[in-house]
Write a protein that binds this ligand. Structure first.
Ligand code: AVI
Length: 338
């Protein structure tokens, strides 16, 4: 990519940050969209979160893949002709650390596989590609820099192949139910009947998961999730010249059982005024905070298996098989495009 293209891409991102900040902090209640977390520092903090003892999601999903990868791939390929192969596409692939288990199983099953990771981050995709090409012979990687939440998915349909789309990590849980349905409909629009989707979802509280465990996963003892949440203020200071003082806010997590979601907020510890100077066509903002007022920064929905099936059906996918860990903390569901 040329230097000019990179510069214009970063201007577009800064414009989007300015618009999101404006609409978010002027609203009641105040909000900031979770995609703002993922600047370079935030992406690094998220990688650290996935290794925290309290954050069970990543390692539990990985353990499900490790136990069932062969069966998942076999089920996804069911009905394929003997010469037919699966092509794997992954939404929000990031550095694709867990995907390797599935790709290795695909290579064992069909000899080789084409893998199309899709992500907004070019650097994450470059890392994913290097890791996979070094460690799993037989994989052809075709990276695609796209925001799958807003743009059509650029799917390379190869002759005589069927697509298995991966949407793992419970990323779907960071959308409202309507947004989640629309993300899946956007994906479904690019698939053909008989293609499949493998979706990872964090499960609602049950016998082995109580509210305390959920709260700890989002408010860890080392303070990494707090730093991840507060980093959004640092980003607005850097990208927009805002004057948020991080010391005047604290990370706050609550479980909203009525809608089955963890909420992350930034709570103002004092009455204060923050200034965001004019930028990218957005006028100067002066934002007043009451003591105790919060900015709602993220939702993380927790699903029942029935809720996953209903969500899938709303986007024309039929769930065919679900794998869970022995403690029912996390679910991985295979669904067919209908
Ligand atoms: C990316 N996503 C699935 C994470 C989650 O669990 O909702 C983001 C996250 N937020 C705080 N910790 C992790």
């Amino acid at each position: 990519m040329s230097t000019f293209a990179i510069a214009s891409e970063s201007v577009l991102i800064s414009q989007a940050v300015a618009r999101e900040a404006r609409s978010g902090v002027l609203g009641t209640p105040k909000t900031l969209a979770p995609w703002l977390f993922y600047d370079e520092a935030g992406s690094h903090l998220f990688e650290q979160i996935t290794e925290l003892p309290e954050y069970y999601l990543t390692r539990t999903e990985r353990s499900i893949f490790a136990a069932h990868a062969e069966e998942i791939l076999r089920e996804a390929a069911r009905g394929q002709g003997p010469a037919g192969k699966l092509t794997l596409i992954e939404l929000g692939a990031g550095t694709a650390t867990k995907t390797g288990i599935l790709l290795a199983a695909a290579v064992r099953q069909q000899g080789s596989v084409v893998y199309q990771p899709v992500d907004v981050s070019e650097t994450a995709l470059a890392e994913a590609s290097e890791n996979i090409l070094t460690n799993i012979p037989g994989v052809t990687v075709r990276c695609q820099v796209t925001d799958y939440t807003r743009e059509a998915l650029p799917l390379d349909r190869l002759r005589n192949t069927r697509t298995l789309a991966l949407y793992i990590g419970s990323s779907i849980g960071n959308f409202t139910p309507v947004e989640a349905r629309d993300v899946l409909r956007n994906l479904r629009a690019q698939l053909l009947p008989g293609d499949t989707l493998l979706i990872g979802t964090d499960l609602a509280p049950g016998e082995h998961k109580n509210e305390a465990m959920l709260l700890a996963a989002y408010d860890d003892a080392a303070g990494t999730t707090a730093a991840f949440n507060l980093n959004v203020l640092t980003r607005l200071n850097r990208d927009l010249g805002a004057d948020f003082d991080r010391k005047n806010f604290r990370h706050k997590v609550r479980w909203n059982g009525a809608v089955s979601r963890i909420e992350m907020h930034l709570e103002s510890l004092t009455e204060q005024t923050v200034r965001i100077p004019a930028s990218y066509g957005v006028p100067t903002l002066t934002v007043d905070f009451a003591h105790g007022e919060t900015i709602h920064t993220e939702n993380s929905y927790k699903f029942t298996p029935a809720a996953v099936r209903t969500l899938l059906l709303s986007a024309c996918f039929k769930a065919t098989k679900t794998w869970q860990d022995p403690k029912d903390l996390f679910a991985v569901t295979l669904a067919t495009a209908i």
